[in-house]
Design a protein around this ligand. Sequence first.
Ligand code: NAD
Length: 257
Amino acid sequence: MQHMCVTGATSGIGRGIAQQAAAAKMGLTITGLEAEADIAPLIAALTEAGAAFVHYYQVDLSDGDVARQMVSAAADKAGQLDILVNNAGIQHVAPVESFPVAQWDKVIAVNLSAAFHTTAIAVPLMRQAGFGRIINIASVHGLVASVQKAAYVAAKHGIIGLTKTVALEIAEANMTCNAICPGWVRTPLVEAQIEAKAQASGLTVEEQAKQLVTEKQPKPDFATPEQIGDMVLYLASDAAKMVNGASFTIDGGWSAQ
Ligand code: NAD
C-alpha cells in the first residue's frame, strides 16, 4: 500500500486527485485550510471510495515552516511517504502596475515556495526508503502567459523549473519529479474568475464560462479534476519509472497554438 500526500485536497483538482488515489486503495494525507470537522464528509467519502486511511492536516502552506512540519508529521504518522503531490494554489488577477504586493507574496508563497519546502523534507525521506514520486500541479501558465496574472504565471513557470532541478538531483535514486499543466478545470478557483468576468461583461455565468474556455482552448470543454488525478496515478506508477523532469499538458490544445 502506498501513501500519497496531496496538498490542497479539500477542493477542486486536489480533491479529484485524492478521489482517484482512494479508488486505487492508497493511504492518503490531505491538507486544506478548513477545520477538520468541516471536511468530515470528504474524509468519509474517500474512505468509502477505498482509501486505506485518510489523515487530514489543516495547514496554511504560505508559511514554509508549517509546510515542512506537515510533511514530517504526515510521513511519521503513516510510517512512509511514497508520493507527494504539490497541488495547493491560489490566483489573483490584476495588472502588473497595480498588483497588490501582499497578493504577489502570497501567490508565490502558496504556489511555488510551499512546493520547495515540502520537497526539501520529502526528498531525503524518499531517498532513504528507496522510492519516491513528486508530482507538481503546475498549469498551462507554467508554459505560456496570460494578462493580469503576473504572480501566478511567475510561480507556475517557477515550479516547472523546480521540477526539472529536483528531477536531476534525484535521478539516480528510484525517484522521479514531474509536473502536470492543466488548462481550464472548472473548480472554485476558476469559478471566481468566471463570475467576475460575467459581472463585467453582462453575460450569464454559463455564457461567460463558454467564452472563457473557447478564448484559449481549441477543445471547448473544461478538464475534470479526476482526469488530472488519473495522470497523477500514471506518474506514480511503475510504467512512468523513466518519466522524469517532464511537464504534461492537459489543456485541450491551449499551448499547442
Ligand atoms: P481550488 O481553489 O478549488 O482548491 C485550492 C486548494 O488549495 C484548496 O484545497 C485550498 O484549501 C488550498 N489552499 C489554498 N490556499 C492555501 C494555503 N494558503 N495553504 C494551504 N492550502 C491552501 O483550486 P483548484 O483549481 O483545484 O487548483 C488546484 C491547483 O491546480 C492549483 O495549484 C492551481 O493553480 C492549479 N491549476 C488549476 C487550474 C484550473 O483551471 N482550475 C488550471 C491549472 C492549474
